[in-house]
Design a protein around this ligand. Sequence first.
Ligand code: SF4
Ligand code: SF4
Length: 333
Amino acid sequence: MLTPEKVKEVLKENTVNLRFHARGGQGGVTASNLCVEAFYGYGICQPRFGAERMGSPTESYVRLSANADLIRSNEQVYSPHFVSVLDPSLLGEIDVTAGLPKGGWLIVNTTLDQVSIQQIVGRKDISIATIDATRIALDILGRNITNTIILGALIRVSHIFSVDELADAIMRRFVGKIAGTNIEAIKQAVEDTCVYDIGIDPDFTTDNKVPWQQVDLDLPGYKELDLAGVWYCDEDVINVGSDQVNTGSWGEWDVIWDEEKCTDCAQCWYICPDFAILRKKGEDGLWHMAGIDHFHCKSCLNCLEVCPVDAISKKLRQGPAACAVPEEQEGGN
Ligand code: SF4
Ligand code: SF4
């Protein structure tokens, strides 16, 4: 089991590597910045953006060490010791445990229990921490920003910095009430985190770099394509395009349309960034609102904001958090 003393010793001659998986707009990069700002030694962080589109998968990387010479790499973190996942829907899309060694930590914002997480990622040799950061964010911050809250779970299992050190970093970055509520939410997260520790510490001295990992869309890679790695989005060549991407898995809300209240003003249709407002031609020859395409609705809530008659509402998808360690193994607490 990692202790603050053990981690301090590791940091003298090694790096501790972190990787954050989030969706565009969730603040994964801010979380990685805060780790560097809260850490007493030396640190570096870099982001990697994909489609640069709100809701698309992003990654950010952090290297921390008490030895300044060990963090001078601009390469992305291929061998993380701690992986934090801000959005549970990423678990099925990205190989989030790529490069995570035996005994490494996977920290997930989820209501799922650790057994379910093990099954989804197909790993029984890693330690898992879960936190219902979405619920804490909605209760304390009033909006679903979970990036600082997941750091509470990270503190609980990693000991790389303390709550007070993180609170100082937050007060330097945010002002007034925002800083106060974030610190309150972090403290709540430290308390609420469900921990399943397999009792094996990750090896901080070896590199588990895997050469490539990316969103799996069952598409050919650049090596299989003749056209210099360019995807030509002609359906006769490759059936690809944003209509193939299940952006409906990106958000935390179910968006509900009330046909009775709807006045067919089409304001929601104009503002929807994902063409998720369905319309159909009526017998009168005009186009009418017909519902919401939940495969593509990423619950940005723009339509809910603009609807003048409250014909659109939202319902939180997730249920209450569960905490259940795998029965066949010891070490849960
Ligand atoms: S919440 Fe509304 S505006 Fe946003 S993607 Fe869904 S249908 Fe479109
Ligand atoms: S904005 Fe509201 S009233 Fe207008 S079409 Fe959309 S759901 Fe109907």
